[in-house]
Design a protein around this ligand. Sequence first.
Ligand SMILES: C[S@@+](CC[C@H](N)C(=O)[O-])C[C@H]1O[C@@H](n2cnc3c(N)ncnc32)[C@H](O)[C@@H]1O
Length: 198
Amino acid sequence: MCMSRSLLYFEDGYLVAKSGDVSVYKMNEELFLEIGPGHNLWTLESEVYDYIEQLGDKPKGNCLEIGLGLGVASRCILTYPEVTHLTTVEKNKDVVQTYGQISPLLDRSAKAGKWAPYDADKHTILNIDGLTYLYRTKSKFDFIFLDFYQEIDEDSLPLVIDMVKASKRVLNAGGIIMGWLDPYTPEDYIYQFNELFK
Ligand SMILES: C[S@@+](CC[C@H](N)C(=O)[O-])C[C@H]1O[C@@H](n2cnc3c(N)ncnc32)[C@H](O)[C@@H]1O
């Protein structure tokens, strides 16, 4: 008898980048980012459609993003014509390293029409903790995108509150701060999360 099972990226896919305990797998033309011990999935390339929907028409001017991950959201933000520059702050040096390794693969996804091509000179990636950066920088931003948590829960919400507070210090008048709302966020946290950005 033939038993079918759903595909697992770390068994049915293959490793395309690795640095320290950060690994990126590819399966069915999609990338999957793991951070930490075990198969701890942080982000996947197919979330690009959720990013496009959530970002809406918000990104413009001088933009800041906290959390690089696979760099999918970065690429989405960079394709907006009104975006003049994007600074992406990532605390994990191995994530920054793996991004360098997968960049040519993401460029190929652009060629396959997943997202529009963009000017790479508009992108700066810094390896520093987001909160530290926000309290040290002299720059001001028109749009700030927070996506540095794995899920929204009682552990991550206090960190998001701190990051929003710090982000307000560096936001230009009329600027927008938004956070990535994971589609699987439990109902209890959605209201609290959304309130932070009002
Ligand atoms: C969910 S992933 C980001 C996904 C990303 N938006 C994408 O498109 O692939 C979260 C990232 O935030 C990083 N991170 C976590 N805490 C951080 C902090 N305090 N400052 C900067 N980066 C942080 C993690 O290392 C991880 O790479």
